[in-house]
Every structure is written in structure tokens, then in C-alpha cells.
Design a protein around this ligand. Structure first.
Ligand code: SAH
Ligand code: SF4
Ligand code: F3S
Length: 451
């Protein structure tokens, strides 16, 4: 098919992996000569990159899709694509639900988009959900930002957390080689990116599926090794990584972060619950005592590090006392940020079949109580920034105040200050913090660090 003058639109739901996949798929579409469009109603090809982590994420996709399926009746040459985790979960069933669809493709197939679209343009309705070895992307991602970039280092997840759909929709762990990761980072350095976030659902598992075993046994390519290996790549100033799993988190990793100046002082380590019995039912593979020891070690070696996490309330069978153990953990640790969610039963996961499900009222009540505490603790954590000089990487204008720019501290706190975005975008600026809120800061410029 002639792709001249045809426009595409991508809407992305879900986590950073999906955002990274969307950027690679956009790169493939650009490479095919298609033109990107912000407005789905002006596009000839619409791609929804979907998330199914909780039921509300999945339902959102169906409502978006319904609207575009209707449009297809008036514009038959409209191409409709569902990619990502709902595509993988539903597969063929999606075609029965939305017959207007042209292509259903799981996350492992993101880099094959061109090949799959060619089949569609030849008149086929295509479903690509079989497990495959993820091919290295040969085109360049179309990245949303010119300042911060994602780099996948490991795809998939081999854990069996009893609430979670990710392993069934993302497949088994597949690590990219250190060489491929370094090459991508070198290119980003040349392009002037300032911050790189290494991505994996269980990033501490990095390398364990790569061939070759270290002399002393064990993994030859751990995340710590990778950080040392890529740290001297020139051009950028900050490295982040997510998501850490307490089960595999090592002291060596903390030491690497403390030692390597570009690695930012921020750890995202989901704990899910503060109760050992629930952690066991979730099959998380650690206790709250172990989690606390990890945080103690981080604070011993990197006293100012920010800590963020994810937690679930209302897991099947959670008693009031067990929920209070989660509150206690949050009270004791004092997270800089916590993503909270009410448990949502997911198709194909063990916990969804258990009979001890809690009511929506109990879940909503616990979520609200937890969120309240999270706000109080985050406000306390923000206090330590007051009056301090912080390094901010300027990303954009403050959407609520055009006279201000915004960026993040190394600890990942969103920070606003007065300035001209044309002059400051992508710059590292030293800012004196003059106002603190639970999840953001305001400051004034002290000096430019780097151009
Ligand atoms: N790999 C990461 C998290 C992936 S999913 C980890 O191991 O922590 C992101 C977050 O969504 C999880 O940390 C969890 O808090 C939440 N989540 C996952 N499944 C969920 C479910 N069924 N109901 C509610 N929240 C869920
Ligand atoms: Fe899901 Fe657990 Fe894997 Fe995280 S580690 S993606 S919560 S199965
Ligand atoms: Fe959602 Fe898939 Fe990410 S289910 S959270 S987009 S891995």
C-alpha cells in the first residue's frame, strides 16, 4: 500500500515499558513514511498500546476503541490496531468483540510492526500473540522527549506474584546484551540526551538468562555490572533504573549506585504489603523485615536517597490488622512517593479465583486511608529540601504557569521555578528550594551547571 500522506496516531496506556514500546513502534511507522498525528480523528492508522494491570485500565481501552470502531463504518480505509497487554491477554477474542480491528499484537511483537502492517495492507486481519524471541529494533525510536530517554534492558518477568498479569502478557525474561544496551546509550549521548532510565519489570533479574556464567558461579551480567559497564558512556549526566524487586535486590547494587556519580539517588522498590502472611500469599518471596533491612542499608550508604514503591490494598483475605501492618511500614519508612492501588482480580491469575475476596467498599476505604498517610509522609520527606540547593534537569514549561519551567531533582522530585524554557530546556540548573509540597517543590535559580 502507498503510505504517502497517511497519518498515524498512537495512544499509550500503562507503564514505562509500554511507553518505550510505543516510541519504538512510532519509529517504525516514521520509517515507513507515515506522518505522526496528535489527533486520532485525523489519523488513517490508529494504534492503541494497551494495559491490563487492573480492570479499570482494560475497560478504558474498550471505550476508546468503541468510538474508533464506529468511525471505521464511515471511513473503511481506517486501520485499527490494538497492541500491548490487552492484545496479548485477549488475542483472537478481541476480534470477536471488535470485528473492525485490523491487527491485534502482543508486546513481544512491537518491533515487528512493519511486517505485520504489510500483512494488513495485503488485506488480512492479523493476530500476533505467539511467544517469540524479541528481535533487536533496527529502526530508531521516535522519542517523546529530547532530554530523557528509556532504554529497555530486560523484557518480560519470570515471577509468579499471584495477583499479576504481567508474566502472562509480557512473557519470560529476555535480557538484551550489555553491548546492545551500551550502543543504544552511546547513540543517545551523541544526540544530547541528559537522562537515561533503564527499564525492566524485574530489573534485578537482568542478565540471568544471558549465556555465560561467571567463574565464581552465578550471574555474569548483573544490573550492578551493567551500571559499571555503561557508566562512562559520554554525553549524559543522569542514569536511573526501575523497577527493583526486594527479593533480588543486592547490597552490591546500592554500593554501585553510591559509587557511580551519574546514577541518581533514587530507588523504586515496590513492597506491595507490610504483612508477612499476605506477602506469602502474594508469592513475593520476602518478608517485611527483609524489606526494612534493604531500606536501612540504602539509608546507611546513601542517607539522602529517595525511596518510592508500589503497594496494593484489599488483597484477598487481607484483615484490618494486616492492612494496618502496611500502614505501619509506610509510617516507619516514610516514602518519598508511593503508588497505591486497590486489588483488582485479573483473568488467569491465581488470586482472582480465591473465595476470600473483599468488598469494593472495604478496598476503597483502605485505599483512602493509605493515601492519606502517604501524603502526610511525603510532606515530611519534602521538608528536607527546604532551603537546599538542588540540581534540576529542566524538561518543560509548567503547564499551570507559563512563567515557570519544570524539571526533576536527582531524587526525582518535580520542581518548578521561574525561567524561560527556550533558554533552559535540557539544561541542568542549580536551584534554591523556597517552597515545599508533598510531591513537588518550588525554587529559584542559583546557577547553571552545564550547557
Ligand atoms: N514489576 C513490578 C510492578 C509491575 S505492575 C513489581 O514487581 O513490583 C505495577 C504495580 O501494579 C505493582 O507494583 C502493583 O502494585 C500493581 N498491581 C499489579 N497487579 C495488580 C492487581 N491485580 N491489582 C491491583 N494492583 C496491581
Ligand atoms: Fe508482576 Fe510480580 Fe513480575 Fe512485578 S515481579 S511484574 S508484580 S509478577
Ligand atoms: Fe500495564 Fe502491561 Fe505495563 S499490563 S502496567 S502496560 S506491563
Amino acid at each position: 500500500m502507498n503510505t504517502n500522506n497517511r497519518h498515524y496516531h498512537i495512544t499509550t496506556f500503562g507503564c514505562q515499558m509500554n511507553k518505550a514500546d510505543s516510541e519504538r513502534m512510532a519509529g517504525i511507522l516514521d520509517n515507513m513514511g507515515l506522518i505522526s498525528s496528535e489527533d486520532p480523528n485525523k489519523a488513517d492508522i490508529i494504534l492503541y498500546n494497551t494495559c491490563t494491570i487492573r480492570d479499570n485500565a482494560e475497560q478504558k481501552v474498550y471505550s476508546y476503541l468503541g468510538r474508533q470502531a464506529k468511525r471505521k463504518h464511515k471511513q473503511p480505509d481506517l486501520t485499527l490496531i490494538v497492541a500491548g497487554c490487552v492484545a496479548q491477554q485477549e488475542g483472537e477474542a478481541l476480534l470477536r468483540r471488535v470485528p473492525e480491528l485490523d491487527l491485534v499484537m502482543g508486546p513481544q511483537h512491537a518491533n515487528r510492526l512493519q511486517d505485520l502492517l504489510e500483512q494488513v495492507f495485503n488485506g488480512n486481519q492479523v493476530v500476533a500473540t505467539e511467544p517469540i524471541h524479541i528481535v533487536e529494533d533496527i529502526t530508531k525510536p521516535r522519542r517523546d522527549s529530547k532530554i530523557t530517554a528509556w532504554v529497555n534492558i530486560i523484557y518480560g518477568c519470570n515471577e509468579h506474584c499471584t495477583y499479576c498479569v504481567v508474566p502472562s502478557v509480557r512473557g519470560v525474561e529476555q535480557s538484551r546484551t550489555p553491548e546492545a544496551i551500551r550502543a543504544e546509550m552511546e547513540e543517545l549521548g551523541r544526540q544530547g540526551y541528559q537522562e537515561i532510565t533503564l527499564l525492566g519489570q524485574n530489573i534485578d533479574a537482568y542478565g540471568r538468562d544471558l549465556p555465560g556464567v561467571a567463574k565464581e558461579g552465578g550471574n555474569k551480567y548483573t544490573l550492578s555490572d551493567l551500571l559499571y559497564y555503561v557508566h562512562d558512556v559520554p554525553g549524559f549526566e543522569r542514569i536511573r533504573f526501575a523497577t527493583s524487586h526486594p527479593r533480588y535486590f543486592t547490597e552490591r547494587l546500592i554500593r554501585a549506585c553510591a559509587e557511580l556519580p551519574k546514577v541518581c539517588e533514587h530507588f523504586h522498590i515496590p513492597f506491595q504489603s507490610g504483612d508477612n502472611k499476605l506477602l506469602k500469599a502474594m508469592a513475593r518471596g520476602y518478608t517485611h523485615e527483609k524489606y526494612r533491612r534493604i531500606i536501612d542499608k540504602i539509608r546507611e550508604l546513601m542517607p539522602d536517597a529517595s525511596i518510592s514503591a508500589d503497594a496494593i490494598v484489599g488483597f484477598p483475605g487481607e484483615t484490618e490488622a494486616q492492612f494496618e501492618n502496611t500502614l505501619k511500614l509506610v509510617e516507619d519508612i516514610g516514602f518519598d512517593q508511593l503508588n497505591t492501588a486497590a486489588y483488582s482480580p485479573r483473568p488467569g491469575t491465581p488470586a482472582a479465583l480465591w473465595e476470600n475476596q473483599l468488598s469494593e467498599e472495604v478496598k476503597a476505604d483502605r485505599l483512602q486511608r493509605l493515601n492519606h498517610l502517604v501524603g502526610v509522609k511525603a510532606a515530611e520527606r519534602s521538608q528536607r529540601y527546604m532551603g537546599r540547593i538542588e540540581e534540576i534537569l529542566v524538561e518543560d514549561t509548567n503547564p499551570k504557569n507559563a512563567a515557570q519551567v519544570m524539571g526533576r531533582t536527582r531524587g526525582n522530585r518535580l520542581t518548578f521555578f521561574e525561567g524561560d524554557i527556550a533558554q533552559l530546556k535540557g539544561k541542568l540548573v542549580k536551584v534554591k528550594v523556597t517552597e515545599v509540597r508533598p510531591f513537588s517543590l518550588t525554587g529559584e535559580v542559583k546557577e547553571f551547571v552545564l550547557v
